[in-house]
Design a protein around this ligand. Structure first.
Ligand code: THU
Length: 258
């Protein structure tokens, strides 16, 4: 059973976005019904914005409305930094507590017998989006999945693919604030983990539901957005008529490493 999942991990390694270190990493989160969620490492020219594979997989689970994580598999031995990441998520985010089985595979304890692997969980939001207003309406719904116990400021977004389907993203806060992930980067991490690269992205709909009129991507998200897709249409919630700006126009003179 574990060998089935291990084989998947090596498949996901190819999706890691690691143009700087050239060192791919992948993680896989197993849910209580046997479906799994991949997560790959997503590096950034602004190095500290790099999303580790484990954080990517766990935050995707939250955005997909699944907190019933029963096991986590990693392509790399769990280091102290990733242990700290997991420990921070022990209080109230996931339904299981995690315990280390060995240094490669980390298993949750509350599930003594692991479910039979069923397949990759679909990353898509159930509803299709017809226009920007509908995109914002749905992004507001996505925000209900956010985990924001620190700021009490839930954010939701939908990254729409050229094919029309949308990938949701929510902010996932961590007691160590530096490990908090925004909704936009959550959606980007999910898209890449599922093999949808930026040439397949059409638009992003964003809503800061507590303060819709001031919805806008933070500086860190702008940097990550331009690295992948400077021309991406970013639709921002404005209560009535959403406002669109390209990722590049949100970050004039942005830095990229050629
Ligand atoms: N946040 C986002 O999710 N996206 C943004 O672009 C703005 C900020 C989240 C991160 C954190 O959980 C909370 O909002 C306050 O910064």
């Amino acid at each position: 059973m574990v060998s089935t999942l291990k084989a998947q991990l090596s498949r996901y390694l190819k999706r890691a976005y690691v143009p700087y270190s050239h060192h791919p990493e992948a993680a896989l989160v197993l849910l209580s019904d046997g479906y799994w969620i991949p997560g790959v490492r997503v590096e950034n020219a602004s190095f500290s914005l790099t999303i580790p594979a484990l954080q990517n997989a766990l935050t995707t689970a939250v955005a997909l409305g699944r907190r019933d994580v029963v096991a986590v598999l990693l392509s790399e031995p769990l280091d102290l930094s990733m242990q700290a990441l997991l420990e921070g998520f022990q209080d109230g985010l996931f339904s299981s507590r995690f315990s280390m089985e060995n240094d490669q595979f980390l298993m949750a304890t509350s599930c003594s017998k692991l479910p039979t692997p069923q397949g990759e969980l679909s990353p898509f939001w159930a509803k299709q989006i017809s226009d920007a207003t509908a995109g914002i309406q749905e992004a507001r719904q996505v925000a209900a999945r956010a985990h924001a116990p620190v700021s009490l400021f839930p954010v939701g977004c939908l990254l729409q693919l050229e094919a029309g389907w949308c990938i949701p993203g929510v902010n996932v806060e961590h007691p160590d604030w530096t490990r908090t992930l925004c909704a936009e980067r959550n959606a980007i991490g999910t898209a890449l983990s599922y093999g949808y690269n930026s040439d397949q992205w059409r638009a992003l709909y964003l809503s800061c539901v507590r303060d819709v009129a001031r919805t806008t991507p933070c500086g860190a998200c702008r940097q990550v957005l331009v690295e992948h897709s400077p021309e991406l249409q970013i639709w921002q919630d404005r209560q009535l008529v959403p406002e669109m700006l390209s990722a590049a126009s949100l970050l004039p003179g942005f830095f990229v490493l050629q």
